[in-house]
Design a protein around this ligand. Structure first.
Ligand SMILES: [Zn+2]
Length: 338
């Protein structure tokens, strides 16, 4: 996937071009036609959505847990996007963010073993890594978090809770469960960022974040596969609704161009964002709410399974951490689909 990733980036860089005054109009018209085939500077679940999901999940936790997470809320929320930056520095990280379900036949969810060992026995590790390991990785991080609660390691509890939030959020995105993850197979380049970054960033402040109290999850693995199954079932709507809308909206109404210091970039127009959000009938808000609520449930479950350690006795001072090599400065334009 990293190959596609870099391909995406080089396409992205072509979007930036010099606009000379005397040929500005001609260039714009020509490039309008060309750019339709190219992706915008796509991003994963935007920073905004990842942070919001991690943050609001905390408020589903019971009082015994709430104080600890509130005390470290900024640190934990800030780390919501760290897993994405690791894709550049840690081998094998990229595969943890998606699963291309089509690879496993017409009814992939009947073919795929929910447990990693069984999946490796059936398909081998290389195949699984090649097509994404999001659901199995989620189970692993859930187990690691349980173990961190058991050790009462405040730093690891916060880091793993933040990672669990990241992968849980990714699992709720339909386009993380299909090989057509950026509409590249259907002429819909840019739909990944449209659905999971532009719409939540534009409308997300008005979403309802009252989520209720976290519940204990008897079988975390079953919940994870349920999330994947829901996301996969929604991929068709995400893609076909946008394709139908694109038919109705001419390119000059679908995109706007911003120009700064002589460079121009293509973006979906505010009117198009509004229309796509409307035809999705609240899907983005529903997936964000479910991601946050279920994250709360998973964190709560890990704590219960670890014997409900007293978090009020734990202390952690992130400022005493050594500089984290996994925390490079993130560039928004570096965040391509998946
Ligand atoms: Zn991700």
């Amino acid at each position: 996937m990293l190959k596609l990733f870099h391909k995406g980036l080089s396409w992205g860089s072509r979007l930036v071009f010099q606009v000379h005054n005397h040929i500005r109009l001609t260039l714009l018209i020509t490039l309008l036609a060309l750019l339709v085939m190219l992706p915008t500077g796509a991003q994963g679940w935007g920073f905004w959505a990842h942070r919001r999901i991690n943050r609001v999940a905390v408020f589903t936790l019971p009082p015994e847990m709430l104080g600890f997470y509130k005390m470290h809320l900024d640190y934990y929320t800030e780390r919501a996007t760290l897993a994405d930056s690791r894709r550049y520095t840690v081998t094998g990280e990229a595969a943890k963010h998606y699963i291309d379900l089509e690879h496993y036949g017409k009814l992939p969810l009947l073919n795929l073993p929910p447990h990693w060992k069984d999946a490796v026995a059936r398909y081998n590790e290389d195949t699984l890594n090649k097509h994404g390991i999001l659901p199995w990785n989620l189970s692993l991080v859930q187990w690691q978090l349980t173990e961190a609660f058991y050790r009462q390691d405040a730093g690891d509890i916060l880091k793993l809770s933040a990672d669990l939030g990241h992968y849980m959020a990714d699992a709720h995105v339909p386009l993380h469960c299909t090989k057509n993850y950026n509409g590249q197979l259907t002429g819909q380049h840019g739909i990944h960022a449209l659905w999971e970054s532009r719409i939540p960033e534009t409308f997300g402040e008005a979403y309802d974040y009252y989520l209720g109290q976290a519940q204990y999850v008897e079988k975390p693995s079953a919940l994870i596969w349920q999330v994947i199954s829901e996301s996969y079932a929604a991929t068709d709507s995400v893609l076909t609704l946008e394709a139908a809308l694109a038919q109705q909206v001419p390119d000059d109404k679908r995109y706007t161009f911003t120009s700064r210091n002589g460079t121009a970039q293509r973006n979906y127009s505010p009117a198009y964002l509004e229309r796509y959000s409307a035809v999705l009938e609240g899907m983005v808000e529903r997936r964000i709410r479910l991601a946050a609520y279920r994250l709360g449930c998973m964190i709560f479950t890990a704590w219960v399974n670890a014997g409900q350690p007293d978090l009020n006795t734990l202390h952690y001072n992130p400022t005493q951490e050594k500089p984290d090599p996994e925390m490079p400065k993130l560039q928004m334009q570096d965040r391509e689909a998946h």
